[in-house]
Design a protein around this ligand. Structure first.
Ligand code: OAD
Length: 236
């Protein structure tokens, strides 16, 4: 399917992004062929219980992920999204990605629903700091431990982040979802808010997803090809 819809014709735009956006950068997605959760068991590496049991093992996994992301670079689709924000008055990015590529290319009006690989949080005092060490090895914070500031399985999303994202999505007139399987809640249900509010909704994903029915238009192609199509008429 193709479309005549163009981003420049909308006033309040939300990009809702997932791991498929960074696939063309060389970062593996979580599910599907080559998906991270096929190779690594989240119960061993990506939940608070695992961290309480063995913080060093969990950090080893996240240091591997930091190194993998550091070896890659944002792609044309990340750049096009940031360019839209620079050129248009009201563009918001709501991402499930933790790779930090959106802020790296200049997306500022940004909600990182699942946190960031490049921040750490003390599991005892709650302090948060930016940190880009490769590897991160200074694990102690007073009596506590620095853990990745990521929403692991079983963690709650930050309330201010989910509220801000929900507000932007409920008020948009165009929602473009890019590269998400739509199976991880509560993030997966957010595009429904745009659908209910009467916004135009577009899904960019080479494969259909359980959320495809929430979208008026489904572009079955990769992120950068689809963004080039939707951005026609803009100097991206
Ligand atoms: P998934 O790995 O579940 O899904 C990635 C989606 O991207 C799939 O539907 C693919 O078909 C699609 N895809 C692959 N290549 C693409 C391309 N070039 N262009 C566009 N789409 C492409 O990733 P998410 O939906 O982001 O949580 O996963 C959601 C959450 O589950 C993640 O945030 C992560 C994970 O557990 C945390 O890290 C906390």
């Amino acid at each position: 399917m193709t479309t005549d819809l163009r981003i420049k014709d909308f006033k309040r735009i939300v990009f809702f992004t997932g791991a498929g956006l960074s696939a063309e950068s060389g970062i593996p997605t979580y599910r599907g062929q080559g998906g991270l959760w096929h190779e690594y068991d989240w119960e061993t590496y990506a939940c608070q219980k695992a961290f309480d049991r063995d913080p060093a093992a969990v950090w080893k996994f996240h240091n591997m992920r930091r190194a993998a992301v550091a070896a890659c670079a944002p792609n044309k689709a990340h750049l096009a999204i940031a360019r839209c924000e620079a050129l248009l008055p009201d563009v918001t990015v709501v991402t499930q990605n933790i790779d930090g590529f959106h802020p790296l290319v200049g997306s500022r009006n940004l909600f990182e629903l699942h946190g960031s690989l490049w921040r750490v949080r003390c599991d005892t005092c709650g302090a948060i700091k930016d940190n880009r060490d490769l590897p991160f090895e200074d694990l102690r914070c007073g009596k506590g431990w620095w853990r990745p500031d990521i929403v692991w399985f079983g963690d709650h999303l930050r309330e201010d982040v989910i509220e801000g994202a929900s507000k932007a999505i409920s008020a948009c007139d165009l929602l473009v979802s890019i590269g998400t399987s739509g199976v991880v809640y509560p993030a997966a249900q957010l595009p429904r808010l745009a659908q209910r509010a009467g916004a135009v909704t577009i899904e960019i994903n080479p494969e259909p997803t359980p959320m495809s029915d929430a979208y008026e238009v489904c572009l079955r192609m990769g992120a950068s090809e689809a963004m080039a199509l939707l951005c026609q008429g803009l100097d991206v």
